[in-house]
Design a protein around this ligand. Structure first.
Ligand code: NI
Length: 178
């Protein structure tokens, strides 16, 4: 168990297309996932993608009961998602604020699909298949973007709504640096 360093925007390793995983439930993978949860929890993150710790695999984790960085967000089940495929369930999109552990100190208003279906595998190779909306759908889209080398600032349409978290949201705990 260990907390890994999180790569920050500007590192070219965040811009790669991640490789699919072909073997499940290996000791290496289970140790990696444990480290990812340790790293996400240490940073109060809502999610984390393997490329953010320099591992170029199609693996994301997300979920929380209550999140200090997004105090108004409803709970999202703790999930390990491997080789994910996302399919929007309608043309509807919505905008909301996002941050990223690889872009510390900033938030931006990002358009996302409102409702989507996602499918993939958990670490044991079981199929994960869900229809989701709202913040859950947003988190999945954000994390899976990391697997295609996309960081949320690349999705921002209105840069007048991109700024420093402590200026935009002074009520958030100052101990959270992103
Ligand atoms: Ni991120």
């Amino acid at each position: 168990m260990s907390v890994r360093d999180i790569l920050r925007m500007g590192d070219p390793r965040l811009l790669r297309q991640a490789e699919p995983i072909t073997r499940f439930d290996t000791s290496d993978m289970n140790a990696l996932i444990e480290d990812m949860f340790d790293t996400m929890h240490a940073a109060n993150g809502a999610g984390l993608a393997a490329p953010q710790i320099g591992v170029n695999l199609q693996l994301v984790i997300f979920g929380f009961k209550q999140n200090a960085r997004y105090p108004d967000a409803p709970p999202v089940p703790e999930t390990v998602l491997i080789n994910p495929v996302l399919t929007p369930l309608s043309d509807e999109t919505e905008e909301n604020w996002e941050g990223c552990l690889s872009v510390p100190g900033l938030r931006g208003m990002v358009p996302r699909w409102t409702r989507l279906h996602y499918e993939g595998f958990d670490q044991y190779g079981n199929i994960v298949s869900r229809d989701v909306d709202g913040f859950h759908a947003r988190v999945v889209q954000h994390e899976c973007d990391h697997l295609a080398g996309i960081l949320y600032p690349m999705r921002i349409k209105d840069f007048s709504r991109f700024g420093y978290t402590d200026i935009l949201f002074p009520e958030l705990d100052a101990n959270h640096d992103d």
